[in-house]
Design a binder for this molecule. Structure first.
Ligand SMILES: Cc1ncc(C[n+]2csc(CCOP(=O)(O)OP(=O)(O)O)c2C)c(N)n1
Ligand SMILES: [Mg+2]
Length: 311
């Protein structure tokens, strides 16, 4: 399966999983879907039949509230049965709302923001000390970069020359309840540069750009690498894009679910099969007057039109 197909399936599973469980974070799942797809289709070294294989690249989804995106990638890549995704966030399921290390392919539980990078840096240092060649990857949110522990680790990783550490920041300018510039905005690329990192900046929905940046992060000064990936929260479903509402709201029965699924179907790559609604959904549901954003008090047209993903 190629990265485009995997990204589509992550989005489709994300809609279904949050719909079935009435769970949160669909906006965060859609934001990171392309990053996860390129990592699991083209970059990370792993063996789904032997999740603990010592030579595997280490990976942490530190913005653990988007765990559905990781679970969907792992299931589609053979770590466990895709059908199990339907149990996500349900009582008794091992697929908890935030990322759990009880799931095959997951080494570290996340959800409390700001901790993934410290663990990833420790692994990178250990790999160097033990003469091992794997890389240590971590995906973080931009809001997560408000945590002080992130910058403590950034200094540490630079000091120890951890050129086997790769951070990807899902830079969507939003947090859970508001935009970053109404909360605490970080001048992302310059901040990492100031901490001595090798900084790459790109469109986090452009698979070729992501592949190009992540395939080889060697750099002459042996710095740790950060990929500042410009993204749109809710990417791929128009009425969820750049709308804070969809951090916590799930796609409800009726037009929300049907329109979400049908928008995904309109962009379905050839050869991809929708395991839930192979032919899409009925188009009979009434949409709210004034368009999809009429229900939202948090939609922000200035952000919607901003070219955040144009770099
Ligand atoms: C330490 C900690 N504080 C607060 C939260 C609550 N919380 C969950 S998601 C979120 C917003 C995260 O924003 P960002 O990192 O930008 O991720 P995005 O959803 O935008 O991808 C917050 C504050 C948390 N999970 N952990
Ligand atoms: Mg964010």
């Amino acid at each position: 399966m190629d990265s485009k197909q995997l990204a589509w399936l992550i989005r489709r599973h994300g809609v279904e999983m949050t719909h079935l469980s009435h769970g949160s974070h669909i906006g965060a799942i859609l934001s990171v879907a392309d990053i996860m797809a390129v990592l699991y289709a083209d970059i990370l070294q792993y063996n789904p039949k032997e999740p603990g294989w010592d030579g595997r690249d280490r990976f942490i989804l530190s913005k653990g509230h988007a765990g559905a995106a990781l679970y969907a990638a792992l299931a589609e890549c053979g770590f466990f049965d895709v059908d199990e995704l339907k149990t996500h966030y349900q009582n008794g399921s091992r697929l908890s709302g935030h990322v759990s290390h009880h799931v095959p392919g997951v080494d570290f539980s996340t959800g409390s923001l700001g901790h993934g990078i410290g663990v990833a840096a420790g692994r990178a240092l250990a790999a160097k000390q033990d003469g091992k060649s794997f890389r240590s990857f971590v995906v973080m949110g931009d809001g997560e970069c408000n945590e002080g522990s992130v910058w403590e680790t950034a200094a540490f990783a630079n000091h120890f020359g951890l050129d086997n550490l790769v951070v990807i920041v899902d830079y969507n300018h939003m947090q859970s309840l508001d935009f970053c510039n109404n909360t605490l905005e970080v001048d992302m690329a310059r901040r990492w540069e100031g901490f001595g990192w090798n900084v790459l900046e790109l469109n986090g929905h452009d698979h070729d750009a992501l592949r190009g940046a992540l395939q080889n992060t060697d750099n002459p000064l042996h710095k740790p690498t950060v990929v500042v990936a410009h993204t749109v929260k809710g990417k791929g479903i128009s009425f969820m894009e750049n709308d804070v509402l969809w951090h916590y709201r799930f796609p409800h029965d009726g037009w929300e679910y049907n329109c979400a699924v049908n928008e995904l179907h309109a962009a379905k790559p050839d050869g991809t099969v929708d395991p839930y609604t192979p032919d899409g959904c009925p188009k009979t549901e009434a949409q709210p007057e004034g368009g999809h954003h009429a229900m939202s008090e948090t939609y922000h047209p200035a952000y919607y039109t901003r070219e955040v993903a144009s770099k």
